[in-house]
Structure formats: structure tokens, C-alpha cells
Design a protein around this ligand. Structure first.
Ligand code: M6R
Length: 602
């Protein structure tokens, strides 16, 4: 999957672009390039293979400039050769492109291009040629880009340098672009990881937006050329991950970072316009695989549990899950027609790593879903799916968990897509998850009240059915981990098989109960609790709240969900309740006793 970085700076931009390209390496690429505009002259360097080769070429033969665009190319049209490498420079225009221009051959005729000028096998060079041609007809680059955009069929994100202008121009449709704003520098990239550390705020460009980026300002226009405003979000730079900023704890900061992480993940791996999921550099044909084996530890294991529900509902695959520390020491009857997936935030967890080795010894194709891209697990697996959550400092996993879920959900949709049966409504719902989470975070005071009511509880239960069962387990893990209070997560149907004996008024039961097919069942379980004097807190949606209100002491109403979005959205309350209770009890929220962030021992 190609990557774009563009920087407009008061200083030289080349170092920043190279750094950005390194951050986009995870997307997969086979060549890279950079172009700058300096004193109205273009300078460019391209290289096949690793970005370090591009960097070395620049060290040997320096290029500089305040405006620059860079690209990592993952070949689609034409081999990875220097000729096919971006940026493409044509007289007055240089451009980099992500996506696929479906009608590129037609465009040669539409714009009466001189075919002898096209030197590459790419669909992208033609757009540079058109851009240069139109710059002679229109005074304004925005009009040029409008015209190009109106004529393209397919998906694209572009960044352009144009002679005579001190701005980078960018536009997108179906392929993400995010603007980075800061004091002396503005930038653009395919995802937040490619933006420079100086960035203070970010703006996700929407479909057909056209942006101009210069060192001191940015402007955004719609396809009609009218100036528009887009919402700014706070940016958490790689170096800022190490500071708490306005938050009291890293955990709080990481909980509040989730809308941005999730929007970034979805925009990077899914295209709303074409209803398709695009996993970077994926060549796996899931149609030839009948079994999926998932292993992980702790919170990542809970993500695997949810993935089992999802993948078995969404596909015809048989899915098995195991706790890594169990899997590695038992006899496993592995069907050779399986694929193995390991999930790990740190990518260093010893038990998970050992399972990965075991899978490899059994000649299984291995996928890792990791947050740390150069980790041991990532390096050892055949295929890496990054969770793009950015560094997580708090020992309690929060944003890495919802990011793992988002990636696993996309994987399920991707498998459906390979069978041409992607569930469009479910797919579309992914694009508004970040908005639902923002709503929950806006009202985070409610969870402080719940935390107050739990303060003196002897023990706490989380219960859930279906996908909410692993969320109940995760809720209990979060509470134990940072509040040191005893908490159990239970499949609600199991209550009457033992734990009901514990229920009394000092033991509150928190039910995770979206109004899905399990709703009436869990409502019965809540009544069983209340009949034994237990207190109940219900977390549900609007429809659920109407039926549930008479059966609970406290109620939290969340946005509506479906089977794919519910796990992500219902993760927020369990994180916030644990966080507020820990603050109230005065425990060490970010570094709970006896625990480590990365468990590299058995
Ligand atoms: O880095 P990993 O995801 O492999 O770590 C696995 C567990 O140690 C981890 O999820 C742990 O359970 C969390 N810190 C709990 O919040």
C-alpha cells in the first residue's frame, strides 16, 4: 500500500519527509522517491528497495527545499523500477499518487495527451501530464485539480508541487489523507504516523476535498472550489506519547486518543466509496483456508475471543482461539489448511512469540496483529497487520485493544470481500465508530458516578452474552489490574451454574447489554440477580434502556451498535469505570503493582 508525505516548512523539509517515509514503511513498499521545489526548480531522488537507500542517495547528492513531497510505492501498474517510481515531474508539476486510476487509458484520449511523453507503465504519470497541460489553460491550480478530479474514475490521494506556487496541493477520493498543522510547518500524509512530530493539530480530509498547504497556513476547498472548514483534532506526536499533556494519567490520555486512532485505522484500511477493505500488501487468498487459529495473552486474548464470534459469523471458517501460555505447552492437532494469527500490542510477549515459533515449525502461514512494528513478533511473522494506535504507555491496554478489534473486524470484512459477500451496512457502520466514541467521552462524568457507587463494593461482576462476554472479561481484567478490587467477568448464562451463590447487596453486577438477539436473555439474568438482593448497573442502548430501566439501579445509555461495532463501543465504559475507580481509590493507574507493560518472561 503506497504512502504519501508532504511538508511545507519555513526550513528545509527533506529530513522530515524521509522520517515520515520511514514511519510509513509498515504499509509495504518496493521503491520510494522525493521531490522538492526550491527557487522554482524541482529536484528529485528516487530509489528501488529500502528507504535507507533513498536516504543514502540524498546524503551523497543533497537536495533541499522548503516544499517537498515523498512517496513509498507498492507496485500495482508496472514493476518496481526507477521509471515507475513517484514523484512524477512534468515541466510545471510534480505529483505523488496513492490509489488506482481505473480510466487512465481513456484519460490519454480525453485530454489529447502526447503518448510519447509517457515514460512509465503507471496510471499516475498520466495525471502529472494532464496537470501540466491544464496549468497552461487555467490560472488557478485549484481549478486544475477540480478538473482532474471530475474526470477520474477510481480511487486516489494526490499531493502536487506546482511551479510558481509556495503551496503543496492535495486531494483525495477513497484513499485517506490527513493534514498536520503546526507553527512553522504544515504537512500532509496518508496516515497520522507519517506526520512530523512538531504537528499540533490534524485534519482528516474528506472525500473530494482539495487542500493547499504552505508553511504558515492551510486552506480546504470542496469539489466546487468553495472554501470549507473541517474539524481539527489534537495530534499526539510520537514524542508526546511520553508526556501526559492535559491528562492526569497516560491511561486517561490513551482512552481519549481512541476516536483518532480508530478513524485513522478505518480510513487507512477501508474505502467507503468502493465498499472495500484494503489490507496493506496482502496476498493471502483466504478462500483456500478453512481454519484460523488465534493466540494471544491478556487483553489481546480477549480481542481474539471477540474475533472468534465475528469470524465464525462472517465467514465459513472454523476459528479456534487459545491463550498463548496454554497453547505453547500442549499437543495441538494442527490442520495444514490453517492460518495462524498472533495478536500482541508490544509484539514482545514471550508466550505469544513462542506460539509463533511453533506455528512456523509446523509450516503454517503466520499473521501478526501488532502495535509495535519492529517488534520480535512482527519481524518473525509472514504478514504483519499494524494496529496504528501509536505508543501505549499505561500498563492497562486501552486504545491498543480497540485498535486490535478494528483490525480484526476489517480482517473479517476482507475475508467476506474475497467471497464477494461483504456486508455493506456493517462495513459502513465502521466509519462512524469514532463519532460514537466521542459522544461517550464527552459524557465521561457519568462513569465517575458509577465508580463512586462501586467504591465500597466487596467484589464486582461484569456479565455479558455473545460478543459482550469477552468484553465482560476485559472489564473485569481492567478493574482488577488497576483498582486491585476483585472483579469477575461471566457469561451471563453461567451465573446460575455457580456464581449466583455469591450475589448479595455488596456485590454489584454490571450487565453489558446492547439490544441485540441476546437482550431478553440477559434481562432475565439481571432479574435473577435482583431477586437475590444484588444491585444491577445496565449498560445498553436507547431501545434497551426503555425495557431495562425498571430492572436496574443505574443505567448507562450508549449509541446504537451492530454486532461488529458493539465490541468496540462497549469497551469504552469498562475502561472509564476502571479508570475513575482507580483514581478514586488512589492506586497507581499507569503502573499498577506487580505488572509490566511488556511481558518478555514466562
Ligand atoms: O503486548 P501484548 O498485547 O502481547 O500483552 C499481552 C498482555 O500482557 C496485555 O494485554 C495485558 O493483559 C494488558 N496490559 C492488560 O491491560
Amino acid at each position: 500500500m503506497c504512502g504519501i508525505v508532504g511538508i511545507a516548512s519555513e526550513n528545509d523539509c527533506v529530513k522530515g519527509i524521509i522520517a515520515g517515509l520511514y514511519s510509513l514503511e509498515y504499509r509495504g513498499y518496493d521503491s520510494s522517491g522525493i521531490a522538492t521545489l526550491n527557487d522554482n526548480l524541482f529536484a528529485s531522488k528516487k530509489s528501488i528497495g529500502k528507504i535507507s537507500r533513498l536516504e543514502n542517495a540524498i546524503i551523497k547528492d543533497k537536495i533541499s527545499g522548503n516544499l517537498g513531497i515523498g512517496h513509498t510505492r507498492w507496485a500495482t501498474h508496472g514493476k518496481p523500477t526507477l521509471n515507475n517510481c513517484h514523484p512524477f515531474i512534468k515541466n510545471n508539476c510534480a505529483l505523488v499518487h496513492n490509489g488506482i486510476i481505473e480510466n487512465f487509458e481513456e484519460l490519454v484520449k480525453t485530454f489529447a495527451l502526447n503518448e510519447t511523453c509517457i515514460k512509465s507503465e503507471t496510471d499516475s504519470e498520466i495525471i502529472a501530464e494532464i496537470c501540466d497541460k491544464l496549468l497552461n489553460e487555467f490560472n488557478n491550480p485549484i481549478d486544475v485539480i477540480k478538473k482532474i478530479s471530475q474526470n477520474i474514475q477510481g480511487t486516489f490521494s494526490f499531493a502536487f508541487l506546482i511551479k510558481g506556487s509556495d503551496s503543496i496541493y492535495a486531494t483525495r477520493r477513497g484513499s485517506p489523507l490527513v493534514l498536520g498543522l503546526s507553527e512553522n510547518l504544515n504537512s500532509i500524509s496518508s496516515d497520522v504516523l507519517g506526520l512530523p512530530d512538531e504537528t499540533r493539530e490534524i485534519i482528516f480530509l474528506e472525500e473530494n476535498d482539495i487542500a493547499t498547504i504552505n508553511p504558515s497556513s492551510i486552506s480546504i476547498y470542496n469539489i466546487k472550489g468553495n472554501s470549507i472548514n473541517r474539524k481539527k483534532h489534537e495530534f499526539v506526536a510520537k514524542k508526546d506519547f511520553k508526556t501526559k499533556g492535559k491528562f492526569m494519567h497516560f491511561m486517561e490520555k490513551e482512552i481519549f486518543h481512541q476516536p483518532i486512532c480508530l478513524e485513522d485505522i478505518i480510513l487507512n484500511f477501508a474505502d467507503k466509496k468502493t465498499n472495500s477493505v484494503f489490507l496493506p500488501k496482502n496476498t493471502i487468498d483466504f478462500n483456500n483456508i478453512s481454519n484460523i487459529i488465534l493466540v494471544a495473552c491478556g487483553t489481546a486474548y480477549h480481542a481474539c475471543m471477540i474475533a472468534k464470534y465475528w469470524l465464525e459469523q462472517m465467514t465459513d471458517k472454523h476459528v479456534s482461539i487459545d491463550i498463548a501460555s496454554e497453547y505453547r505447552y500442549k499437543k495441538n492437532n494442527i490442520d495444514k489448511n490453517s492460518i495462524a494469527i498472533v495478536v500482541s500490542q508490544s509484539g514482545e510477549t514471550m508466550d505469544t512469540l513462542e506460539c509463533l515459533k511453533k506455528f512456523r515449525q509446523n509450516d503454517l502461514f503466520t499473521i501478526s496483529i501488532v502495535n509495535v512494528l519492529n517488534s520480535s513478533i512482527a519481524r518473525m511473522s509472514d504478514y504483519v497487520l499494524p494496529t496504528l494506535a501509536g505508543p501505549e504507555i499505561g500498563v492497562a491496554a486501552t486504545k491498543s485493544f480497540t485498535a486490535q478489534l478494528a483490525v480484526l473486524a476489517l480482517l473479517g470484512l476482507h475475508i467476506q470481500q474475497q467471497k464477494n459477500n461483504i456486508e455493506k451496512n456493517v462495513f459502513n457502520s465502521l466509519f462512524s465508530i469514532h463519532e460514537s466514541i466521542k459522544k461517550i467521552l464527552k459524557d465521561s462524568k457519568r462513569f465517575e458516578e458509577i465508580a463512586h457507587s462501586l467504591r465500597d463494593a466487596k467484589s464486582i461482576f461484569y456479565i455479558g452474552r455473545g460478543i459482550m462476554y469477552p468484553i465482560a472479561l476485559e472489564g473485569a481484567l481492567k478493574l482488577k489490574e488497576i483498582t486491585y478490587k476483585h472483579c469477575e467477568g461471566y457469561a451471563a448464562g453461567e451465573l446460575k451454574h455457580g456464581p449466583l451463590a455469591l450475589i448479595e447487596d455488596q456485590i454489584p453486577v454490571i450487565a453489558l447489554a446492547p439490544s441485540d438477539h441476546n437482550f431478553s436473555k440477559i434481562l432475565s439474568n439481571i432479574q435473577e440477580v435482583r431477586a437475590r438482593g444484588g444491585k444491577s448497573i445496565i449498560i445498553t442502548d436507547k431501545a434497551g434502556s426503555i425495557k431495562a430501566k425498571k430492572y436496574c439501579d443505574q443505567i448507562i445509555v450508549l449509541p446504537d451498535t451492530n454486532y461488529l461495532t458493539s465490541a468496540i463501543i462497549y469497551s469504552l465504559p469498562i475502561q472509564l469505570i476502571a479508570y475513575h475507580l482507580a483514581v478514586l481509590l488512589g492506586t497507581d493507574v499507569d503502573q499498577p503493582r506487580n505488572l509490566a507493560k511488556s511481558v518478555t518472561v514466562e
